[in-house]
Structures are given as structure tokens and as C-alpha cells.
Ligand binder design. Structure first.
Ligand code: GRG
Length: 302
């Protein structure tokens, strides 16, 4: 894997550039939404401005760019992806769900505002996301295909369904590793994979290009969630911006709870290998960034 490395500073500089572009576009749009009540805008912006790694929109932008699309044209779609991710975090933190008071190093939305406002901020972000996505500058047929693909990944057969399974499994004994893997593929993997695939679709990629995006995104998603589970056990709360150890306290079924931390890490590394193989045939200038992003998520501390 080592010959695929950008030096760390160069990687971080490039990642910051990609995410800064996205943030500038997204925050400007939400700040100037017409007709949105001020308190709702404030709550939506509070969570969007709290930071976050912006990995999903950056993946979408990278796959669009690799397949020849101008980044400015894919921005509405990438912004929509981050809005959907942010809504899911707001709702996940609610007392009726994971009941977490801290997110991205700041009080969660329902703590900073109130529960009803946090629910509406999530609803606003989710719904406005599809409005933004529909304004992507690509052929209407491709925009429709990408919007449908992402809606399915975020909806009941994807992230929302995965969250339901997570709740059903919590506190249950004898949940199998296959059941945990399926739940995680829906809860976390689906929108990570769709972020890659939609970038390729919007750029009009051929079948091989879309397949590479799906294989990379699928493996990336599996590794991402395993590392997230490991960080919940071994991570530093001050760096992560949220408490550690909550999975065990809450009786969550996770990869390390089923097979232990060491085997989970091995599994994550093997998924990263799969992700790297999936893009080994790509030659676009953005490909090293994709490689390094996959390596980075395994080494991240938050
Ligand atoms: C409430 C419908 C609904 C779904 C919630 C995303 C999610 C599903 C729950 C959040 C809890 C969790 C640990 C989910 C797994 C996905 C994950 C690791 C999210 C955090 O993503 P990062 O690390 O977050 O990219 P930042 O803050 O960097 O954007």
C-alpha cells in the first residue's frame, strides 16, 4: 500500500481544499434560503457549521471529477449529500434515539435548541437536500437517476432501515455477525457507496466507471463503520468530539462486540485493500486522493 501514499501534509491540504469548496457553496446557499423562518435556519446552520469531515460529498465530487465532470456542476448534489448526512446525525442524537448530548465537539442540536426544533432542522435539511440535488447541472435523465439512487440509499431500504435494525438489535443477545454486517451496510454503507456511484452517474461514466465507484464505495463503507466502532472503544473523546464507550453502555451490537477489536481491524484493512483494487485501473489526476482517503479512514482518530 505504501507506494500509493501522498505525504500526510499534502493529503490534508488537498482534502481541506475539496471540503472548503463544498462548505462555501453549501453555507452560502442555506444562509440565503428565502422564506425559511430564522430559528429554523439558525438550527440548520448550527449543525452544518459544526464541522465534520465532509467525506461523503468529497467522495461524490472526486468520482464526478475523475469521470470528467466540472466540480462546480456537481456542487448542488454534493451539498445535498452533506445535508442528508447532517440530518441523520441530528435525528440520531435525539433522546428517542441514541440520546447523545455532544456532536462534532458541540452540544447536540436538541441541547442547543430544543427537541422539536432539532427534529424540524433535520426535516428541513433532508427535504431541502433533494431540492438542491434537483438543481445539479447535468442532463435531466442523469440527475433523475442519481436522485433516485441516493433517495433509495438514504431511505427505508438504506440508512433509515439500518437505523431501525440497529434499534431492534440494541440490547439483544445472539445477534449474528452477518446480521450486524447487514445492519451496518444499510445504516452507514449505503450512503457512502451511493455518494461515489452518484458522482460517477452524474458525470455520465460508462459501466466500468460506475462499477469501480460501487466497488470502492462499498468496501470504503464497510471499513468506515468498522473503524467507527473501534474508535468508540479506543478513541479519545476530546479528539472525537463525542463520548467514547457509548456502544457498550447502550448494549449496541457492533463488529468489535462480535469478533473483537484485533479481528475487526484486520477486516477493515482487508476492505481497504478491496477499495484500492477497485480503483487500480484509474489514471485521472484525482485518483491518488481517492487512494489516500481510503487509507486515511483506517488511520483516523475521529
Ligand atoms: C436517524 C435516519 C437516521 C439515521 C441515523 C448516520 C446514522 C444513522 C447514525 C449516526 C451514528 C453512527 C455512528 C452512524 C454510523 C455512521 C457514522 C460513522 C456517522 C458519522 O460519520 P462521520 O464520521 O461524521 O463522517 P462527521 O461528523 O465527520 O461528518
Amino acid at each position: 500500500m505504501d507506494d500509493a501514499r501522498l505525504n500526510r501534509e499534502e493529503f490534508e491540504r488537498q482534502l481541506k481544499n475539496w471540503s472548503r469548496n463544498l462548505e462555501a457553496w453549501l453555507l452560502e446557499k442555506v444562509r440565503h434560503l428565502e422564506g425559511t423562518p430564522e430559528r429554523l435556519r439558525e438550527a440548520m446552520l448550527y449543525s452544518l457549521e459544526a464541522g465534520g469531515k465532509r467525506i461523503r460529498p468529497v467522495l461524490c465530487m472526486l468520482f464526478a471529477s475523475i469521470n470528467g465532470m466540472d466540480i462546480a456542476k456537481v456542487m448542488p448534489f454534493a451539498a445535498g449529500i452533506e445535508m442528508i448526512h447532517t440530518y441523520s446525525l441530528i435525528h440520531d442524537d435525539l433522546p428517542a434515539m441514541d440520546d447523545d448530548d455532544l456532536r462534532r465537539g458541540k452540544p447536540s442540536s436538541h441541547v442547543a435548541f430544543d427537541e422539536a426544533t432539532a427534529i424540524l432542522a433535520g426535516d428541513g435539511l433532508l427535504t431541502d437536500a433533494f431540492w438542491f440535488m434537483s438543481q445539479t447541472e447535468a442532463s435531466p435523465a442523469l440527475v433523475l437517476e442519481a436522485v433516485a439512487r441516493f433517495a433509495k440509499a438514504a431511505g427505508s431500504p438504506g440508512m433509515v432501515g439500518g437505523q431501525m435494525l440497529d434499534m431492534i438489535f440494541t440490547g439483544k443477545k445472539n445477534v449474528t455477525f452477518a446480521e450486524i454486517a447487514h445492519m451496518q451496510a444499510l445504516k452507514t454503507g449505503a450512503i457512502l457507496e451511493a455518494s461515489c456511484v452518484c458522482g460517477a452517474i452524474l458525470a455520465g461514466a460508462d459501466e466500468a466507471g460506475t462499477r469501480a465507484a460501487a466497488e470502492y464505495g462499498g468496501a470504503f463503507g464497510r471499513a468506515f463503520q468498522i473503524i467507527d466502532d473501534i474508535l468508540d472503544i479506543t478513541g479519545d473523546p476530546a479528539v472525537m468530539g463525542k463520548p467514547a464507550g457509548s456502544d457498550e453502555t447502550e448494549g449496541k451490537n457492533t463488529c468489535p462486540s462480535a469478533i473483537g477489536v484485533a479481528k475487526s481491524r484486520e477486516l477493515a484493512l482487508s476492505e481497504i485493500d478491496r477499495a484500492l483494487k477497485a480503483i487500480s485501473g484509474l489514471t485521472a489526476p484525482e485518483t491518488p486522493m481517492l487512494r489516500n482517503l481510503a487509507l486515511y479512514i483506517c488511520e483516523r482518530a475521529k
